[in-house]
Design a binder for this molecule. Structure first.
Ligand code: UP6
Length: 362
């Protein structure tokens, strides 16, 4: 499968989100995931909007973000979902669930965050056993059924369904003031309004400060990547099968057990967080996303080794991850977030990861 193109893997994918994601990668010429590890919801939305055009997945750690608004229809999750539709990327909450089945089910669907409502993808740290995968899968199919039922009967039972534009048809007139296709957002006084462009989103959370964002408003970035359709409503799981950190305990046997669990739940498991491709059998159609990725500073040899962060994190270049190890998507956090020009740096990473891919399949 190392030579198979993303376009062809879109055709043969078993998981609907993989079919969508591979197509997106092909359309946007991007196999880059931004790990938006920032401290505030405002910065998170800023990066989602600015870097959105060059990525295919936005990875979040909602539990490191202060000021996260948990409102199901107008909160941070809903705003991210709206930016995801606008720019064409999937939202991946890097929750690394790691508890008994019953607990992970509740953590996935309930609580303040209701991760399942806004994150297309989440992941599991399978240490407690395969039951954690089965339970998350069960939770997702129950959620889908319930959502289907809500939409069909147009009655609200508990959580309003929020995360996709097709919900618009089900939204009350009060919430659809101008017929726009975007999710409603609160204005600065907490009143509801509808947004028509990301510029408006920016204004709504930016009124407070930051000259940088004010510049964004002035530029009025309104671009929507052409040819991108709505993401399927099905949810997907990645299994954490290998880690980037020094001295981690995920040995070969453990990784192999993750692969088995994935094969047992192909309708829910999209693939892996891993350091290499784990597709070994002819009908394995999993996607691989790899963290621990940085490029040497601009101007230096693109394939030179990069030092770790001094806290256990180890880095490989996109060429090593995509070109040699055969992963599909490079996950980059601080390499982009901490750059002096994150937008420019994001495109440098996109282009390096894409080049490694095109050379691999050539
Ligand atoms: N992450 C890893 N290694 C793993 C799994 N996940 O680094 O094996 C996550 C981290 C962080 C991101 O939680 O969000 O990927 C890497 O960030 P960085 O690029 O800034 O090092």
């Amino acid at each position: 499968t190392l030579k198979a193109t993303f376009a062809s893997r879109s055709e043969t994918a078993t998981h609907p989100l993989n079919a969508y994601l591979f197509k997106l990668m092909d359309l946007k010429a991007s196999n880059l995931c931004l790990s938006a590890d920032v401290a505030t919801a405002r910065e998170l939305l800023y990066f989602a909007d600015k870097i959105g055009p060059v990525i295919v997945v936005l990875k979040t750690h909602y539990d490191m973000v202060s000021g996260w608004d948990f409102h199901p229809q107008t909160g941070t999750g809903a705003k991210l979902a709206s930016l995801a539709r606008k720019h064409g990327f999937l939202i991946f909450e890097d929750r690394k669930f790691g508890d008994i089945g019953n607990t992970v089910e509740l953590q996935y669907t309930s609580g303040a965050a209701r991760i399942i409502e806004w994150a297309h993808i989440t992941n599991v740290n399978m240490v407690p056993g395969k039951a954690s995968v089965a339970s998350l899968s069960h939770a997702a199919s129950r959620w889908l059924q319930r959502r289907d039922y809500e939409v069909k009967t147009s009655i609200s039972i508990g959580t309003p369904a929020i995360s996709n534009a097709d919900d618009d048809s089900e939204r009350s007139d009060a919430e659809r003031t101008d017929g726009s296709e975007e999710a409603p957002l609160p204005d600065n006084n907490g009143r509801k309004g509808s947004i028509v462009s990301t510029t408006t989103v920016t204004q709504q959370y930016e009124a407070v400060d930051s000259p940088r964002l004010i510049k964004t408003i002035a530029e009025g970035d309104d671009s929507m990547f052409p040819g991108i359709e709505e993401a399927p409503i099905e949810r997907g799981l990645l299994i954490l099968a290998q880690m980037s950190s020094e001295g981690n305990f995920m040995n070969k046997e453990y990784t192999q057990a993750c692969v088995e669990a994935a094969r047992e739940h192909k309708d829910f498991v999209m693939g892996f967080i891993s350091q290499e491709t784990l597709n070994t059998q002819p009908d394995d159609a999993f996607i691989h996303m790899t963290p621990g990725c940085q490029l040497p500073p601009q101007g230096e040899d693109e394939n030179a080794a990069v030092k770790g962060d001094g806290k256990g994190q180890q880095y490989n270049t996109p060429q090593k991850i995509i070109g040699v190890a055969g992963a599909d998507i490079a996950i980059v956090g601080r390499g982009i977030i901490k750059a002096s020009d994150p937008e420019e740096e994001a495109d440098r990473y996109r282009s390096a990861a894409w080049k490694a891919y095109t050379e691999r399949v050539r």
